[in-house]
Design a protein around this ligand. Structure first.
Ligand code: F6P
Length: 536
């Protein structure tokens, strides 16, 4: 395949970038009064407005041509057909089957029956827990569920449990422990009673160091309690879960063809099902399914995940953006940026294409963010007057009318408009004169008040944060990531770099005390300092 950056479609986009260079977003709006109508799209409960991105209809047409030239349609067909698009691990990436209603095949085998069987098991367990019918070994009802997992076995359900707190049963405490730092386990379990507590060991591989350490800590913390009544496991490695002491009937299957960061729809979502109930969990799946159907059937020029991917690629590769800020204007979506960090950066933080070449352009952005409006009082200054191009995704559940909610939504809209428009020197000076400053003072201070604006942003609105809209939102980002991976030609579904880091940690651990090992001078020096402290 022709390297991406050498294709005529890429060159056409580079030429387009040069044509648009220096044009301010205000000018884009002045040139095209239909901009909002032209660049806003809907799917189910979501409205995505791309009009504050630095592009024209022509740019979008050229981006769509790039997607066509990279055979995005073929990639989507192969993905939906359960082909091994995760080629370095020879696996399908069929997370859409977890929310599908029609048969989904891998190698001719429909996987829906196994998906449904696991979901039935989730229902049985979550309903027993929610009804107080799941008893600990001393006969007391379970009222606290603690998930032990990390990465994709933690971030999705942790984010969603917080996001959907409004729908959760307040009688059941749901908590999460991910860090190998024993402080997290200690702080999380401090006020819990072992007799009433159930742990879910969530690990696709059941080999992850952090999760196994926390599972052992949980077994010790449970004391006399029988692990058979106080542990569940979600894993693709049931043999290891059983060897740990978790009976087979307490193990929920996690299929091999689901990657960790795409797995919150599987039994990895069990803590969420315990919190909101299986009915609401199925609403989450329905929201994701609505996005899947839209993604697989809608022409690229109107396809939300495809457009979001193309806009992101434009910002990264043609405008030079290095990061993407995700700012949910909803306290309960505060963990969305952390969740998306894994989704985007572990998926597309890659440099080698599937045909074994350097990709030749920038790939995944550094994704960061926090709940608005809190961030306004911390880092928004950089959007207004810093030196970097920082694209932003505003995620705004509009919610019910009410003074505080209106203020929250108004803040989100105002930030999007303000980072786009900025404030000219003239406007800044006028503001200072109106505030009673002298001409000389206004002249001196105006450059410090002026803001260039021109920061691109996407506004994602939804009427309300519900299981269904959350499902659509997360599926939107999942598909965006897959589309970008396809265009860059990288495999979005492996994570060999992370494996390298894990291997390094495994090597350092046994040598920490002995000092043996062939480490770089810095690591060797640091190990020596640690040994000296240990001896002191
Ligand atoms: O950190 C790498 C990773 O492999 C992630 O991709 C994964 O979500 C996480 O570790 C946890 O893995 P497991 O579910 O196998 O414990």
């Amino acid at each position: 395949m022709t390297p991406l950056t050498q294709t005529p479609e890429w060159q056409a986009l580079a030429a387009q970038r040069d044509t648009l260079a220096g044009r301010h977003l205000k000018q884009f709006f002045a040139d095209d009064p239909q901009r909002f109508a032209r660049f806003s799209f809907r799917c189910g409960g979501l409205l995505a407005d791309f009009s504050k991105q630095r592009l024209t209809a022509e740019t979008l047409t050229r981006l769509v041509r790039l997607a066509e030239a990279r055979d995005l349609a073929g990639f989507l067909r192969r993905m939906a057909a359960g082909e091994a698009i995760n080629a370095t691990e020879n696996r399908a990436a069929l997370h859409i089957a977890l929310r599908a209603e029609k048969p989904c095949r891998i190698g001719g085998r429909d996987v829906l029956p196994e998906v449904r069987a696991t979901r039935a098991h989730m229902r049985e367990l979550s309903e027993a827990i929610r009804a107080g019918a799941w008893r600990g070994s001393s006969g007391k009802p379970i009222n606290a569920v603690v998930n032990l997992g990390i990465g994709g076995s933690d971030l999705g359900p942790r984010m969603a449990v917080q996001a959907l707190r409004e729908f959760a049963d307040p009688q059941i405490t749901i908590r999460f422990v991910a860090n190998i730092d024993p402080a997290e386990f200690a702080d999380t379990t401090r006020d819990l009673d072992p007799a009433h507590t159930l742990f879910i060991v969530s690990s696709k591989t059941f080999t992850t160091q952090e999760t196994l350490a926390n599972a052992r800590a949980a077994r010790a913390w449970l004391g006399e309690c029988d692990p058979a009544r106080h542990f569940l496991a979600v894993s693709n490695n049931v043999a290891a879960a059983r060897a740990f002491g978790i009976p087979a009937e307490n193990c929920l299957a996690m299929p091999e063809w689901v990657g960790g960061r795409f797995s919150m729809w599987s039994a990895i979502g069990l803590p969420l099902a315990c919190a909101i109930g299986m009915g609401a969990f199925e609403d989450l799946l329905a929201g994701a399914r609505e996005m899947d159907e839209h993604f697989l059937a809608t022409p690229f020029a109107e396809n939300l995940p495809v457009l979001m991917a193309l806009v992101g690629l434009w910002n990264i590769d043609f405008l030079g953006a290095e990061s993407l800020a995700v700012l949910p204007y909803a306290h309960r979506l505060g963990l969305l940026p952390a969740y998306l960090q894994q989704l985007e950066m572990e998926s597309n933080g890659k440099r080698i294409t599937l045909d074994n070449r350097e990709v030749g352009c920038a790939t995944a952005p550094i994704l960061w963010g926090m709940a608005g409006s809190v961030g306004q009082h911390a880092f928004h200054q950089l959007f207004y007057q810093g030196t970097r191009l920082t694209p932003i995704d505003f995620v705004v559940p509009v919610g019910d009318a009410g003074p505080e909610q209106e203020a929250l939504v108004a803040n989100a809209l105002a930030q999007g408009a303000a980072v786009m428009k900025g404030k000219t020197l003239k406007e800044a000076k006028g503001q200072l004169l109106a505030a009673g400053k002298s001409e000389a003072e206004a002249e001196r201070l105006a450059p410090h008040l002026a803001c260039p604006g021109n920061q691109p942003s996407t506004m994602l609105l939804m009427p309300k944060l519900t299981p269904r809209t959350l499902g659509s939102l997360i599926a939107l980002y999942e598909h965006k990531v897959a589309v970008q991976g396809c265009l860059w030609g990288v495999n979005s579904f492996d994570q060999w770099g992370v494996e390298h880091g894990k291997q390094m940690a495994r090597e350092i651990l046994p040598r920490m005390l002995s000092g043996a090992g062939d480490f770089d001078a810095s690591t060797a020096g640091l190990l020596a300092a640690i040994r000296a402290w240990r001896k002191a």
